[in-house]
Ligand binder design. Structure first.
Ligand SMILES: C[C@@](CO)(OP(=O)(O)O)[C@H](O)COP(=O)(O)OP(=O)(O)OC[C@H]1O[C@@H](n2ccc(N)nc2=O)[C@H](O)[C@@H]1O
Ligand SMILES: Nc1ncnc2c1ncn2[C@@H]1O[C@H](COP(=O)(O)OP(=O)(O)O)[C@@H](O)[C@H]1O
Length: 282
């Protein structure tokens, strides 16, 4: 039996450059992994089946699960003669803008690679991952990176300086496809991505916080007003930087200090359906 950890991501910036002819949007975004993780175990089977076990009622255990799709892809492509049983311990909220499904898929690519000793490089796993979803290639290696294209082209960046991350997840789930479908280029406030990268290079935490920006945020906020109420609470409680992650609806606050982060966490408890306090991963 082998194990893989599948950490969630947050988007420090998210910009959309244009809509592509294939229906996807050309993005430019800085992503970073945080210490809120699903845990997966992998075991070879005597037959050729793929069995997914999970106790989370929001995720399907069949072919719709990205974990199933990732395992199936590896088994077919490398003509593996055995199947795999995958147990998933889900901690990352589902359809939250935190790439839980993508990270599980990436962990499955890494897990099957190790379990069957395939010897594939991260680059090869990322290429396979891109066929499963736009965020999967980033999740193969994690860390802090600039993602372009539809999200699959990656450039490693210096890590976000060590900090605390408080997450507030409203009870609503959000469809990424629906949010991208409502993008309006005329009213878009673009992030200053270059300046945010410079801040990371300088390891200037507060400068990074000053450049958090996500063009999808106003779209999802219009659908779910709860998001702006969570944002205001986090700002009032002293978050150094506060932003919605991905297509939402999860909002995160960055804080350099544990006591401040705990204050933000306490101000959200009872106000927001799920609240987490974690560190960023370096
Ligand atoms: C918004 C982001 C930001 O990190 O994350 P989440 O909110 O999902 O976590 C990602 O771009 C989401 O990536 P991911 O969730 O992997 O998307 P995919 O499965 O590839 O695509 C789902 C749908 O989103 C739209 N889509 C996705 C990526 C992209 N660059 N342009 C798009 O228009 C397409 O309509 C597509 O059918
Ligand atoms: N292993 C998985 N974990 C979570 N969601 C999954 C998984 N496999 C498929 N899904 C489906 O993918 C959708 C988006 O999931 P998720 O990755 O959690 O959201 P997001 O892309 O917003 O970060 C969900 O509606 C869920 O049904």
């Amino acid at each position: 039996m082998i194990y893989e950890k599948a950490p969630a991501k947050i988007n420090l910036t998210l910009d959309i450059l244009h809509k592509r002819t294939d229906g996807y949007h050309e993005v430019e975004m800085i992503m970073t992994t945080i210490d809120l993780s699903d845990r997966l175990s992998f075991e070879k089977r005597g037959d050729q089946k793929i069995l997914i076990e999970s106790d989370n009622r929001f995720v399907p255990n069949d072919k719709r699960n990205l974990v199933y799709q990732a395992a199936d892809l590896m088994i077919r492509k490398y003509e593996l003669s055995q199947g795999v049983t995958i147990h998933m311990d889900k901690n990352i909220p589902v359809a939250a803008g935190l790439a839980g499904g993508s990270s599980d898929a990436a962990a499955t690519l890494r897990g099957v690679n190790r379990l069957f000793e395939l010897g594939l490089t991260s680059g090869e796993l990322q290429e396979l991952g891109a066929t499963l979803g736009s965020d999967v290639p980033f999740c193969v290696t994690g860390g802090t990176a600039l993602a372009t294209g539809r999200g699959e082209k990656l450039k490693p960046l210096p890590a976000l300086p060590p900090c605390w991350v408080v997450l507030g997840k409203p009870s609503v789930g959000v469809s990424t496809k629906e949010v991208y479908g409502k993008v309006n280029f005329e009213q878009m406030k673009h992030p200053q991505t270059e300046e945010a990268i410079h801040a990371l290079e300088q390891q200037d935490f507060y400068e990074v916080c000053d450049h958090l920006e996500n063009v999808l945020e106003p779209i999802t906020v219009r659908m779910h007003g709860e998001i702006s109420r969570i944002k205001s609470r986090m700002e009032q409680a002293g978050g150094d930087g506060v932003l919605m992650s991905g297509s939402g609806p999860t909002v995160f606050a960055l804080s350099a200090h544990q006591s401040r982060a705990e204050g933000i966490y306490n101000s959200l408890k009872g106000f927001c359906s799920e609240v987490y306090i974690v560190r960023n991963l370096r």
